[in-house]
Design a protein. Sequence first.
Lengths: 351, 347
Amino acid sequence: MFAFGLSLFKKIFPSLLAVFLAFIIGAMILFILGYSPSYIFFILIEGALVGKLNIGETLTQTAPIIFTGLSVMFAFRCGLFNIGAEGQLYLGAFAATLIGIVFKLPLLIHLPLALLTGMIAGGLWGLIPALLKVKRGVHEVVTTIMLNFVAIFLTNYLVNYHFKKSGTWEPRTEYVASSAQLPRLLPPTQLSAAILIAPVCAIIVYWFLWKTSIGYEIRAVGLNPIAAEYGGISVSKNVILAMSMAGILAGLGGACEVLGTHRAFIQEFSPGYGWDGIAVALLGRNHPIGIIFGALLFGVLRAGGMAVDRRTPVPFDLIFVLQSLIILFAAAPLIPTLIMKRVYWKMELEK
Amino acid sequence: MSEKKTSRGIIALLLVIIVIIAGVAIYYATLPPTSPPPPEKPKLKVALILGTGGLGDKGFNDLGYAGCMKAKEELGVEFDYVEPRAVAEFEGFLRNFAKSGEYALIIGLGYYEQEPMSKVAEEYPNQKFAIVDAIIDKPNVMSLMFKEREGLFLAGVAAGMMTKNQKIGFVGGMNIPTIRVRYEGFRDGAKWANPAVEVLPPLYVGAWNDPTTAKEMALALYNQGADVVIHVAGGSGLGVFAAAEEVNKLAMGSDADQCYISPNHIFGSILKKTDSAIFMAIKSVRDGTFEGKTYWLGIKEGGYDMCGMGTGGCESKVDVPDIVREKINEAKQKIISGEIVIPHEIE
């Protein structure tokens, strides 16, 4: 038990340290700028975690980040960098909205159909870079970044010129039929059942990657593609599978966002959930459970940041500074690893 | 061995740094939370929710902020503002402001906030709201609309009088109703002032932040013989000014006073006085005259005006003949007196 606790601690310590260091440096920046760090952090935490509305806001912002985090993680376990979660999210969201608007079906068929369509759209968007990589050797980082812009502007075009709600200038579609809406959990906040679907997805992803032979193959390719190939595992097949799955997860996130949170597709609705997913995958050490907690932290930062923006003269940009610092410390493994080694070495010595 | 020593040195150094940082942090964390001292008399507080363009756009959002600043200085009200980064965040911000109950008025900038505000306004019927550029038909929402046709009519008069080739052009941000009616106003104004003028068909950039495309479009208009081009394209408009400088022709700014951007080529700007509208809304709350109805603001109501033409307060160095100025004043007078009637409905 102690050994398990120690190994768990060893796994999460670098992330905790990254968050801790980020907050300390964030506090110093606030102090230098002439604000009281304790007051600002108090507002941040209160604005994210105290009261029904605030908790609702935090969880609303957490759900899509879990999906995009899982998406980035899934590709990464196969040795791929999926920078395209944002675009996959948009396409999944738009496809789900279309189903939600166009069809009139009973709830039990309509909602799953809309979610499924969102997953397929996201998956196909993830398939493109995978095929380009396998057939033509194009690096997926370049293609996924580029496809983000294609997806965002494509949906901009569609929502402005073909599916715009009548009677408003706002670039949004009609509301989806009530039979395609995810139920709200904490009215009047926008929190929807997406927050329940997301952790279930995390568990399914865990099971798929660690308990099935296909998952084993994907991870083998991620660890060492040459060795995997030598061992009879098809690298191409697994690259295609992993990128499609990554797209499916992000697409489902987008579908949940429009069917649950907004009930309509709004132009550029995502404040960067796809990019947050990259950071959260990193912070969560590419583990589904870690990602849930990482996404929760980012949800707290986003919701708390709104309160800071509203109630203090500190701009929301502070949250970006904090996020960036967390990513910096999480991505620079040198510092935590050095400290870890020191601690570990001391423990060995005491034994 | 020596490698180990260096790495130990680095660790020691890092630990020292962290301890110092942590010490400073703990010191400040243990200080009692210093919230700003409560004001002696509870002041009127308003909230401003900017558009996604955010502050620094030298136009719409900056003007909204300026209106609140003016209210702060002249009426002594407090204000908090937020800069949402995505359309999807409006609803959360609006509900947060409304829930707190601290604000006498919550102001939304731009028609992107129409849906979320009507939703939140319904949840909080006792909270007063104001929205610029959109109509929300609710007793607790004041809708501030501008007579876009009328404002651009005035710009059309100026452009129609300034042109020497008898050709003028229009670059819009997007092909949407609120921009299309501005083209109509511009065209009608030019024709009223100078029946011989040819107003080239409008070109639409398709974005508010794409000066490169706007520049190409303005160049196309200048190449077709236009010698005055106006933009109603937000941040894209900077491209129109760049094109005017390149071919040494005239241009007009919009929303805010933009003459300083290129004083030798911009002879005037059409001013959409978002700041005055917001000031008016805040004042009505302070005076207790707030009404949840739609206000149409034109030249008479102080919603639209013009700068340049040597009226002072503007940095334009373009020589404007007296006859142009007289014609503009004539148009203004006739619009105010009702002699020229311009419809303000938007599709």
